[in-house]
Write a protein that binds this ligand. Structure first.
Ligand SMILES: Cc1cc2nc3c(=O)[nH]c(=O)nc-3n(C[C@H](O)[C@H](O)[C@H](O)COP(=O)(O)OP(=O)(O)OC[C@H]3O[C@@H](n4cnc5c(N)ncnc54)[C@H](O)[C@@H]3O)c2cc1C
Length: 584
């Protein structure tokens, strides 16, 4: 028996409010949205997730997507659920009204995305890819391509994919070999892509592939890559489907989890060559693909957070129902629910505080994205955009690590039943595991944070964020509740500051040594930012009238005692272990 998912609406709304929702809704761009409207959209999303997506999760996992004769079908119920998703208008939510979207703030969109991912991760990946396709096309596509493809992508009638990976080109995207040969106003695309999520399926009539390929004579490496829109089905000037575009799904992978997200091997141009349409200019491929990748990186982090929430809910209910052993304090009394045992309580507390930290960081990135749209405020726009760039690898990496760690603890709380598929606890771990690998493995995220986001600007943005963290911690009076936690946060922020100096020095001497510090550096930031949002939530909870939030004060204190102290161990990994690593 699986436990149904309930969207954590109160927590989501509270976190959004603490992270500037009121200010965001006051911006002219979002004037059509009131707090009441946001509440009711989230409420409806919760119902759709509970009633439609969540019940398909475990049966879908047990059956998986099927490939037959070049076509992929998803298990019973997925096609209908997707049709309803489109009909209810969920797909256009975050996009600009100029292209048929509803213009919902990204922070609220991220909260809704968490709900989809928690209810059904396999399903939730499909709109994430379409979303990235839309952002990329809207920003860089020609007027003709936008007119032909955007309306159907925005409505969700057609879906999108990202095509980077080839057998020899995984993390090393520069090794891509797929060819694109110019023929008038289009290119003939030939090559093989592997691991393409939703590369084929039966949810929509057409699939819009964003494909990285190289034109003859282009330089080696990423500089020689160009980006093409390659539809599965060709369309005429009115957008009607006219026939196949020579894109074939050769097979789909049999995976550890995420069974209903078809992971396709695609062959382009087996016959005359698939027609591809250039986005931007030749040689701009990787730069443009980053629009899609950055968008997807935030969403993949949210996948981890969604699974963390789901696994926590399930483990919490189980821990209250499963009776086992007597309480240590009452050895002659009745056997008790396992939640009464301190170690089970510890696991639940770790799960809860980690997921709230990761959620807070992701929604903070969403809120900076919204605040970066303020017209005529160039300084603010630059600052908030830089914050989003800085936070993106942290959201991706920490969100997915938290997802896996929390799902793993969820299995532990279920004991033997956690290892049995029918409870669904194992599925959460199996599904979420890949999120640490795809969309840039977490090691790559760490390098991105260290080299591109910190060293490249001499730590400028990093220090700006640190100042904000320290200012919040200092604002807590020495005798006030949470003073101890605020002190722990100050120590943690100071540790980040020292780590930056150390990494700057190390990078002058040995780039590999600096790279060896990347993962603990990212984790140090994540733990510290988690403290920042826990403190914000705790301080707001102290002021809240609704007593339901009071627990956030204790949770913030617990986070300080349990996780902020890890900053010292992470510092040790940077100051010592990275050096001894180089001797191995
Ligand atoms: C289920 C699934 C869905 C996917 N969906 C898509 C998709 O839709 N589109 C798409 O294009 N691709 C997709 N991928 C591919 C995915 O992005 C790659 O698997 C990933 O980028 C890693 O490439 P790789 O598997 O070749 O691993 P490799 O590049 O061989 O790397 C192996 C490991 O080595 C380490 N490593 C390698 N290079 C570095 C480095 N430079 N710095 C630090 N560590 C490094 C990492 O730990 C990494 O995990 C998907 C993969 C899976 C499994």
């Amino acid at each position: 028996m699986t436990i149904p998912y309930t969207a954590p609406l109160k927590d989501l709304v509270f976190t959004l409010k603490v992270l500037n929702l009121e200010k965001i809704l006051d911006l002219p761009k979002f004037e059509d949205f009131s707090q009441d409207l946001v509440d009711s959209i989230l409420d409806e999303a919760g119902k759709f997730a509970r009633d439609i997506l969540s019940p398909l999760n475990l049966p879908g996992h047990l059956k998986g997507a099927q490939w037959k004769d070049g076509n992929v079908t998803l298990p019973d119920g997925f096609k209908e659920a997707y049709a309803q998703f489109v009909q209810n208008g969920w797909n256009p939510l975050p996009f600009s009204p100029d292209i048929g979207g509803m213009g919902l703030p990204w922070s609220v969109t991220f909260a809704i995305q968490e709900i989809w991912q928690a209810a059904n991760l396999s399903f939730g990946l499909c709109p994430v890819l379409t979303q990235g396709t839309i952002e990329l096309l809207a920003q860089h596509g020609s007027e003709k391509l936008k007119a032909l493809y955007l309306p159907k992508l925005v409505s969700g009638a057609w879906t999108g994919t990202m095509n980077l990976t080839e057998p020899q080109a995984g993390t090393d995207v520069g090794a891509i070999k797929t060819q694109a040969v110019k023929k008038g106003d289009y290119y003939r695309i030939k090559g093989q892509k592997i691991y393409i999520s939703y590369g084929d399926h039966d949810l929509a009539d057409n699939i819009v592939h964003m494909v990285l390929a190289r034109v003859p004579g282009s330089p080696e490496g990423t500089k020689g890559l160009s980006l093409f829109l390659v539809p599965k089905m060709q369309v005429d000037d009115q957008g009607n489907i006219t026939g196949s575009n020579d894109v074939h799904c050769v097979s789909i992978e049999h995976k550890m989890g995420l069974h209903c997200s078809p992971t396709a091997m695609l062959s382009f141009g087996d016959d005359e060559g698939s027609k591809g349409y250039l986005i931007g200019e030749e040689g701009q491929g990787i730069q443009l693909m980053f629009v899609m990748m950055n968008n997807a990186r935030l969403s993949v982090g949210i996948q981890g957070i969604g699974i963390a929430e789901r696994a926590y809910q399930q483990a919490y209910i189980y821990a209250n129902e499963r009776i086992q052993s007597k309480a240590l304090s009452d050895p002659k009394g009745p056997s008790v629910p396992i939640i009464a045992h301190a170690d089970v309580k510890r696991m639940l507390a770790e799960m809860k505080s980690l997921k709230e930290a990761a959620r807070g960081i992701a929604l903070m990135a969403g809120s900076y994205l919204d605040l970066s749209t303020q017209e005529n405020e160039i300084e603010l726009v630059t600052k908030y955009k830089a914050y989003v760039d800085f936070l993106t690898p942290i959201v991706k990496s920490f969100g997915t690590e938290v997802g896996a760690r929390v799902a793993d603890l969820g299995i532990q709380i279920h004991g033997g039943m956690g290892f049995i598929e029918e409870t669904g606890a194992a599925q959460h771990f199996e599904d979420v595991r890949v999120t640490m690998i795809y969309e840039g493995t977490n090691g790559v995220q760490a390098s991105d944070l260290l080299f591109r986001k910190t060293l490249k600007d001499d730590g400028k943005i990093a220090h700006m964020l640190l100042k904000e963290i320290e200012a919040l911690a200092k604002s807590v009076d020495a005798n006030a509740p949470l003073a101890k936690m605020a002190g722990q946060l100050t120590v943690s922020a100071d540790t980040v500051r020292k780590a930056i100096t150390h990494i700057q020095e190390a990078s002058q001497k040995d780039v590999d040594l600096a790279a060896a510090m990347a993962t603990p550096y990212l984790n140090l930031w994540a733990i510290t930012l988690g403290g920042f949002v826990h403190l914000k939530l705790g301080l707001a909870a102290l002021q809240a009238e609704d007593t339901v939030y009071k627990e956030k004060v204790n949770l913030a204190s617990y986070y300080g005692d349990r996780f902020l102290v890890e900053s010292q161990s992470l510092a040790g990994q940077i100051f010592n272990a990275a050096h001894s690593l180089m001797t191995l």
